[in-house]
Design a protein around this ligand. Structure first.
Ligand SMILES: Nc1ncnc2c1ncn2[C@@H]1O[C@H](COP(=O)(O)OP(=O)(O)OP(=O)(O)O)[C@@H](O)[C@H]1O
Length: 240
């Protein structure tokens, strides 16, 4: 079964068409990089996938559950890391995770166990007792990813998760999320405009002005060192 199926999805802001009949799927274990320049429609797509907006045209299914007719079941299979940080900086790392666990109906005991697992997974076990405010930007992002995994989602959505981070933190986060796909079979949809975050075996979905221009394995679309130039050429008429 596919982790995510998007079929014929369209969305308008008034008369402005932001997405035009977008269709794609993401399989378990697949790392799908959603590449698009500013204004391509990535944030609109994320808002529809997380049910912030509802589209009357098209269908979204998560692990076979229709987001429109079975929203609870669909959202329960989904972990989300939004572009804007949403951690409580005054709580400890562990408390941020426990709070989220409670929101998802985990018992206290389950929450504590699961928090230890997800922190271990993100290489942050020793930081459980630290105040979140004391973490650097890269570790805050990793905590947000750990938090999104608390309820064992099968699909992880990340909206430009490395914006504002230095090269080392970006590389660490990209590697961690690739490992979640490869080793844990989680389906990943990673929105970015940073083409260097894409690995040769990733799937690339190029979105431009609300249309999918290209969809396939990165290495088949362009050799690794040519992918940035390919992306620029394909979407160049939006260059400022
Ligand atoms: N509230 C809105 N009202 C009208 N038009 C909007 C609104 N939000 C977005 N748009 C337009 O819809 C299109 C898609 O925008 P969207 O924010 O989804 O793109 P994006 O790929 O996320 O870009 P960015 O990387 O800049 O966030 C753009 O042309 C944008 O100007």
């Amino acid at each position: 079964m596919n982790a995510l199926d998007v079929t014929g999805l369209s969305f308008h802001y008034g008369r402005k068409e932001a997405l035009q009949s977008v269709s794609f799927s993401v399989m378990p274990g697949e790392f799908c990089a959603l590449l698009g320049p500013n204004g391509a429609g990535k944030s609109t797509l994320f808002a529809l996938l997380t049910r912030l907006f509802v589209s009357r045209q098209g269908r979204i299914a998560v692990m076979g559950q229709d987001l429109q007719t079975s929203p609870r079941a669909a959202l329960a299979c989904m972990g989300v890391v939004f572009q804007q940080m949403t951690l409580d900086l005054d709580l400890s790392v562990a408390r941020n995770l426990a709070y989220f666990g409670a929101l998802h109906g985990l018992s206290r005991r389950e929450s504590v166990l699961r928090a230890a697992e997800v922190l271990e997974r993100l290489d942050m076990a020793e930081r459980a007792g630290e105040k979140t405010r004391a973490l650097n930007g890269g570790h805050r992002r990793r905590l947000e990813i750990a938090r999104a995994l608390m309820h064992r989602p099968r699909l992880l959505l990340l909206d430009e998760p490395t914006v504002g981070l230095d090269a080392r933190a970006r590389a660490a986060i990209t590697a961690h999320v690739h490992a979640l796909a490869r080793d844990d079979g989680i389906a990943v949809l990673w929105a970015t405009h940073l083409v260097d975050e894409v690995a040769p075996d990733d799937t690339v979905l190029i979105l431009h002005k609300g249309h999918i221009l290209q969809h396939g394995r990165a290495a088949d679309i362009a050799p690794q060192n040519r992918l940035p130039a390919h992306f620029m050429a394909l979407t160049e008429d939006t260059a400022a």
